[in-house]
Design a protein around this ligand. Sequence first.
Ligand SMILES: Nc1ncnc2c1ncn2[C@@H]1O[C@H](COP(=O)(O)OP(=O)(O)OP(=O)(O)O)[C@@H](O)[C@H]1O
Ligand SMILES: [Mg+2]
Length: 335
Amino acid sequence: MTHAPVLKVENLQTRFKSVQRGKYVHAVDDVSIELYPGEIVGLVGESGCGKSTLGRTIVGLEKASAGRVLLDGVDLSTLSGAALRNSRRALQYVFQDPYSSLNDRQTVGEAIDEALLIDGLRSADERTRRAKELLEQVGLPHTARDRHTRELSGGQRQRVAIARSLAVNPRVLICDEPVSALDLSIRAQVMNLFLRLQKDLGVACLFIAHDLALVRQAASRVYVMYLGKIVEHGPSQELYDHPGHPYSQMLLASVPEVDPRVEKLRSAPLLKGEVPSPTNPPSGCRFRTRCPLAVEDCALRAPASHVLSPDHNAACIFAPDLHGGKRSALIHQAA
Ligand SMILES: Nc1ncnc2c1ncn2[C@@H]1O[C@H](COP(=O)(O)OP(=O)(O)OP(=O)(O)O)[C@@H](O)[C@H]1O
Ligand SMILES: [Mg+2]
């Protein structure tokens, strides 16, 4: 890609005080990612890998302990006052649960109006016009303005939450499993809405999901996260067809879907056990305690990131072999 990223995250680290005295939960550890204008990028990984913490740190809901977040090349930590508020507004978070992200006592119109006021729209007429436009963009009728948010279905509420985020003209949406709390039947509709917004408005989307099938469908690129680290990233199709990290391969093998490409991988052993505690992560490669390929060296040092093809990297000493198609044989022998 030749143009500049709209969002650049460099060596970001977020840690929380642990319940174990003097220790820290290393939820996000040295993560670097990029988002280009108008692209949807997936962020996948098991529960507890740090996906939400990464998203929350990017938008400023958590404080980074190290690293930088750059919007259009500007390091947010160098800004203050109005400049910081403007930049923060350009980064919006769409929450998983559309029930807790809206105020039940408000009407749809009030909920959107509030966001428009934050955006500085002073004239009531202007706000009414813009609210109509936003409702249209998220596929709700104008009449929805007068309804209470509590009367709406989950899918409708999520649309209102998205309209609110869009009210401030964001450059980037961090969507934290935005459809996983919705009924299966309406997930596809809300997913299509994200695809349309990306196309029509050019908003870049970091799309956090457990559902790899959903990400493959929507995202042009994917980051795979494990225990606070990005272990692999690449163009979706390439990563799904030729994963270079054993974790990505095993995660893909656990996708419950009928797809010939995934069927091919299904013979890989499924992920066993749980993600270790981010308070005491394993030395060297963090995945080694669950990896069928792990050798002594994996405990000694963190694996270097291998470039497997343009914009496709994986941090595993076996990545070139796995990517080259020897993966099944390798993982099978080891399992
Ligand atoms: N405020 C907090 N204080 C202490 N630990 C936290 C806090 N928030 C998150 N964590 C821990 O950080 C780690 C990463 O959590 P996070 O919610 O970011 O994971 P996730 O990948 O979003 O998981 P899920 O898929 O279940 O949403 C977990 O071990 C979690 O317990
Ligand atoms: Mg989460």
